[in-house]
Write a new protein. Structure first.
Length: 185
């Protein structure tokens, strides 16, 4: 297991949709271990493969003492209930904004072995699954903010000590505003 550097806002890999995993092999198992180790080292509750520069549909999570991963996730929402709450991102370190998400999610995908799995998430687990799946689609949580909050977030990012304007690529969200649940999920 190796702790990997986390890509920061502006890195193009964060805006590139990830490819589906087709090979459930040793390299995939190493990626899952690296994601988990890097996430834990950074103190996060989730980490997606693009955040360490790997363009595959894989993420790890550690929510309420439930540690795991999901490969090629597909999300379903059993109801319309929403929640608001602070959300942050290891690729946007130190910044948190009130972000609307669905309160409940059912995520289907695969384990590193290739076996199908399903995760039913509520509260923080639901938020984490949606946040990490967004990363796999090239979406960053600030894309989910209302217009004024997004402007504030971008201003705060430009003022952050980690910000590097020479690598920053800002793209408009592919999701129609103000709906926070694009992509038919």
């Amino acid at each position: 297991m190796t702790v990997q550097p986390i890509r920061l806002f502006g890195d193009p890999v964060l805006r590139t949709p990830a490819d589906e995993v087709v090979d459930f092999d040793k390299e995939l198992r190493t990626l899952v271990r690296d994601l988990t180790e890097t996430m834990r080292d950074a103190g996060g509750v989730g980490l997606a493969a693009p955040q360490i520069g790997v363009g595959l549909r894989v993420f790890s999570f550690d929510v309420d003492d439930v540690v795991g991963h999901l490969i090629n996730p597909v999300l379903h929402f059993p109801d319309e209930e929403e929640m608001d709450g602070d959300e942050g991102c290891l690729s946007v370190p130190g910044l948190y904004y009130d972000t609307k998400r669905r309160a409940n999610v059912i995520a289907k995908g695969f384990a590193e072995s290739g076996d199908p799995i399903q995760i039913v998430g509520t509260g923080l687990m639901s938020r984490c699954i949606q946040h990490e799946t967004d990363h796999l689609d090239g979406v960053i949580f600030i894309d989910r903010l209302d217009t004024q909050s997004r402007k504030t977030a971008l201003r705060d990012i430009r003022r952050a000590d980690w910000y590097d304007p020479t690598r920053t690529v800002v793209k408009v969200s592919p999701h129609a505003a103000p709906s926070p649940f694009g992509l038919g999920r």
